[in-house]
Write a protein that binds this ligand. Structure first.
Ligand SMILES: Cc1ncc(COP(=O)(O)O)c(C=O)c1O
Length: 403
């Protein structure tokens, strides 16, 4: 038994996002990069803003003693202070530095939270379609994933979430702006969810934590507003990062912020800092904390993503492929066109369609990877030439699919 059974099962299930990303590397080597249109991975193609690069240069040449030493597991005080200021403005609560733990990306933030609050068998409710890695993160901490449906337009369905709650529910995770749908949950959805969670707490005596996973908070279009969540429900935490908004996913910097109104706040923050250590992260990267604390107000040029969204949407319109129009993030979630060849037993239509696209050089992610078969995801944080070049492949695949 060279590896654990759970890991073997995980490898077999695989992550479709990673599988497609790796298929892209192979296709590019075989066909040449011009013949491959890779919409698989949410790897921002915009360079980080100059404010971040300047702050990084300044941090890198600093010879202040101890700059590269171990630190407290929750991170530098000045970085936590900066994040507290950010979260206070975004979530309308008086967050302080002590309410924040710096983490290794949003992925680190989510794992640290789950490790801190889950007892074996506790349930974590997520909304379908959901970021594929949630199931692995929940499993990492011995929890059980419970899936609630979203509304047909992919907005939040608070009643569906309420039906998914049980006395074992420890956490509800929401993600807005959403990966893969691009939906931004409006204030009315957040308030209805908060009421459902409060009613559940009254009934069962257990208030689930509401975790807001929001690495795309600043990436919104057409003036859409991302409402505060922490001010709506006390037992809440933010998990976020600068991977998407500063275009630095490889640098792995994120944070958890605990609602100052949370009943067990001090205990929770101590647990989060300890989880950071015992999960092996120890602390968030020192150099990045210094660079981001000095540049977090800088923004990616979202209008460039907006242009890419519109270009790709026009190509899909031309090919007759329907999609949910994104209000934020940089993904188009598309419906597999009706018709198509008979699939082999056990293979869903979205996998067959993603393979048909791949045969024409287009890499997408089948919806089954997000718990939502029948749909597929395209990530449009790619160069405009990639989008423009993919037109014929989409049109031909859709035509052949319907033939
Ligand atoms: C919804 C969502 N949550 C969390 C993450 C993880 O982000 P990070 O790279 O900052 O760990 C991602 C990354 O794509 C994501 O899409």
């Amino acid at each position: 038994m060279p590896i654990a059974n759970a890991m073997r099962a995980g490898l077999e299930r695989g992550s479709w996002i990673r599988k497609m990303f790796e298929a892209g590397i192979e296709l590019k080597a075989r066909l040449g990069p011009q013949a491959v249109f890779d919409f698989s991975l949410g790897n921002p193609d915009l360079e980080p803003p100059p404010e971040f690069l300047d702050a990084l240069r300044a941090a890198a040449i600093s010879d202040e003693p101890g700059s590269h030493a171990y630190m407290t597991n929750s991170g530098y005080g000045f970085a936590r202070q900066a994040m507290a200021q950010k979260v206070a403005a975004e979530h309308d609560v008086p967050t302080q530095a002590d309410d924040v733990v710096m983490t290794v990306g949003a992925a680190g933030a989510l794992n640290v939270i789950l490790r801190t609050v889950l007892n074996p068998g506790d349930e974590v409710v997520v909304v379908r379609p959901y970021f594929a890695e949630y199931s692995a993160y929940v499993e990492n901490s011995g929890g059980a994933l419970v899936v609630a449906d979203s509304a047909p337009d992919f907005s939040l369905d608070p009643e569906a979430v309420a039906r998914a709650l049980s006395p074992r529910t420890a956490v509800v995770i929401i993600n807005s702006p959403n990966n893969p749908t691009g939906r931004v949950y409006p204030r009315s959805d957040i308030e209805a969810l908060a009421s459902a969670l409060s009613a559940h707490a009254l009934k069962t005596g257990r208030a689930p934590y509401l975790v807001v996973d929001e690495p795309y908070r600043d990436i919104v279009y057409d003036g859409v507003f991302v409402p505060p969540v922490l001010s709506a429900y006390p037992e809440s935490l933010v998990a976020s990062s600068f991977s998407k908004t500063l275009s630095i996913p490889g640098e792995r910097l994120g944070y958890v912020a605990v609602n100052p109104a949370c009943a067990e706040k001090a205990l929770l923050v101590s647990g989060l800092a300890t989880s950071n250590r015992v999960l092996g992260f120890v602390n968030a990267p020192a150099l990045m904390q210094r660079a981001v604390a000095a540049s977090w107000r800088a923004k990616a040029d979202v209008s460039r993503y907006g242009r890419r969204r519109d270009m790709l949407a026009a190509i899909l319109d031309g090919a007759g492929i329907r999609y949910a129009r994104p209000e934020g993030a940089f993904y188009l979630f598309c419906e597999v066109p009706a018709g198509g060849p008979a699939t082999v037993p056990g293979e869903s239509r979205d996998v067959a369609f993603a393979m048909a696209l791949k045969d024409r050089g287009v890499l997408s992610v089948p919806g089954v990877g997000f718990g939502y078969p029948g749909w597929f995801r395209l990530c449009y944080c790619v160069p405009e030439a990639t989008i423009e070049g993919s037109r014929a492949a989409f049109e031909e695949t859709a035509r052949a699919w319907n033939a």
